[in-house]
Design a protein around this ligand. Structure first.
Ligand code: NAD
Length: 493
């Protein structure tokens, strides 16, 4: 019988008190790879983890930062040494190609590396003599127990937008991985358990879904929540978090546009856009989905995109030469196929239809091959709905001004990109477009670890983002101290 995944609480592997489980499934062949606890009682597991984390925090907060970052140097090496095994796990549970899995781990490692610099990023600020004999300084102190709730699409990377910064700044941490892809973090926690000498309770992992999340949201000892997932859940986390007095950063969904100016380089632009739209089978919050070729070259760009999309090699991500894997679940495949049909019903023309695909030897997999819908109405529903699958929406807008107007009317603001050789057009785009991540001749404008993973409008709720200095600020609270040392207290030393 397949073993049910255990929680990692207070430095030990413990069985969940919840006896109902959900299968973890390889999306390429429906093979069951694990079982994960999912149900009401996972809230109790979460409460145990919170108590353990709180006790660990009471000691860890006073450990000097220089000492707190030492395990992170080791964690970086551990992740590097086990990169291939972890990448295989990611591909097996999440579906992306092996190269894509390695890519996401690289970004996880970079975040650990950047957090190693916490003793510089978290330094105090000091002003001497703000008035005669009065000095003022600002220090940053940890918050306490912090939790993160992560989505299915980057099981190896997204927890590291938060975890290394949280512990480097003196907090204790709890991760609730996505119930769809829990084995990647399970393995990483096995490594942490075996190879890192962290205090018990400092980092914990609790499996589950909404019930575990609600326990985290409602517990008074939890001080901050980092969330990444769909917009509706992000809004829920943000409002509930506020209700229970937590600091919250909640990243949501996206519908990312790319404008192609007539002067863009066809070959380079095509390759980059195809990678952006179909990379990770379109299940990236920074995947381009709305492509806007402007001006005279529209036909040439459309033909080039069509030809390259058609040639994308789809299959099981661990096989040689595969460029795109399946989508995460059967339900997700069904949802995406329905949305494609909605696009057709709205008047879109299918230039490439990836529905009803079967891949040899993987007939049960959740595959959809690259799809292109052209000519959707700009005010229609689909152009403003996150599809989260390998579907390109090609639309007709002739001018840059109108493109920017269209983009800014959208409800999401995760990423927007432009392809051009014209500096003025690029400058106008980056100044006027309302999105948190902008690409200029870039197809996936994913910030490296020292920059915040931005996001505007319905793509982000909160203030400080994950990664880099923002994460350091998110996981600390400022304290300003003003000291008076009157002159007439002076004496000879
Ligand atoms: P999801 O919102 O379904 O789940 C995310 C997490 O929330 C999971 O851990 C899940 O267990 C939990 N959850 C789900 N429903 C909940 C509820 N009702 N109450 C409390 N917790 C709940 O998202 P997903 O399908 O796993 O991931 C895909 C989504 O994530 C897409 O919308 C994508 O755009 C978004 N995403 C955004 C970013 C970003 O940086 N903005 C990055 C990656 C993914």
């Amino acid at each position: 019988m397949m073993e049910v995944l255990k929680n990692y609480i207070n430095g030990k592997w413990v069985s969940s008190v919840c006896t109902t489980t959900k299968n973890v499934v390889n999306p390429a062949n429906q093979e069951i790879t694990a079982k994960v606890p999912l149900g009401l009682e996972t809230g109790q597991d979460m409460q145990h983890a919170i108590e353990a984390a709180h006790n660990a925090y009471l000691v860890w907060k006073d450990v000097p930062t220089m000492k707190r970052v030492q395990p992170l140097f080791k964690l970086k090496t551990i992740l590097e040494n086990h990169k291939e095994i972890i990448a295989r796990l990611i591909t097996n549970e999440c579906g992306k190609t092996f190269a894509e899995s390695l890519g996401e781990l690289q970004r996880a490692i970079e975040n650990v590396e950047v957090a190693c610099g916490a003793y510089v990023m978290n330094q105090s600020e000091f002003s001497e003599n703000i008035a005669i004999g009065i000095d003022e300084f600002m220090i940053r102190q940890p918050l306490g127990v912090c939790g993160c709730i992560t989505p299915f699409n980057f099981p190896g990377m997204i927890p590291f937008w938060f975890l290394p910064y949280a512990i480097a700044t003196g907090n204790a941490f709890i991760i609730k991985p996505s119930e769809k892809v829990p084995t990647t973090m399970q393995y990483i926690f096995e490594l942490i358990d075996k190879e890192l000498d962290l205090p018990e309770g400092l980092v914990n992992m609790v499996h589950g879904g909404k019930d575990a999340v609600d326990a985290l949201l409602q517990h008074p000892k939890v001080k901050a929540i980092s969330f990444v997932g769909s917009t509706n859940v992000a809004k829920y986390i943000y409002t509930q978090g506020a209700k229970y007095g937590k600091r919250v950063q909640a990243q949501g969904g996206a519908k990312n546009p790319i404008v192609i100016m007539p002067d863009a380089d066809i070959e380079m632009t095509t390759k980059i856009i195809i990678d952006s739209v179909y990379g990770c089978a379109g299940q990236r919050c920074l995947a381009a989905s709305v492509i806007i070729p402007t001006g005279d070259n529209k036909r040439d760009f459309t033909a080039s995109l069509l030809e390259t999309a058609r040639s994308r090699k789809v299959g099981f991500g661990l096989e040689e030469g595969i460029e795109m894997g399946p989508v995460i679940t059967i339900e997700s495949k069904q949802r995406i196929e329905n949305l494609i049909q909605e696009g057709v019903n709205e008047g879109g023309k299918l230039l490439l239809d990836g529905r009803n695909t079967t891949i040899k030897n993987y007939e049960k997999g959740n595959f959809i091959t690259p799809t292109i819908i052209e000519g959707l109405p700009v005010n229609g529903k689909l152009l403003h709905t996150e599809i989260f699958g390998p579907v390109m929406n090609l639309i007709n807008i002739d001018k840059l001004d109108q493109s920017i107007e269209f983009i800014n009317k959208g409800k999401y603001g995760n990423m927007a990109c432009i392809f051009t050789r014209d500096g003025l057009a690029a400058r106008k785009f980056r100044n006027e477009v309302m999105a948190g991540n902008i690409g200029i001749n870039i197809g996936v404008a994913a910030p490296v670890a020292q920059f915040p993973f931005s996001g505007w409008k319905d793509s982000f709720f909160g203030d400080l983002h994950g990664q880099g200095r923002h994460a350091i600020e998110f996981f600390t609270q400022t304290k300003v101290v003003i000291e008076r040392w009157p002159k007439n207290w002076s004496r000879k030393f």
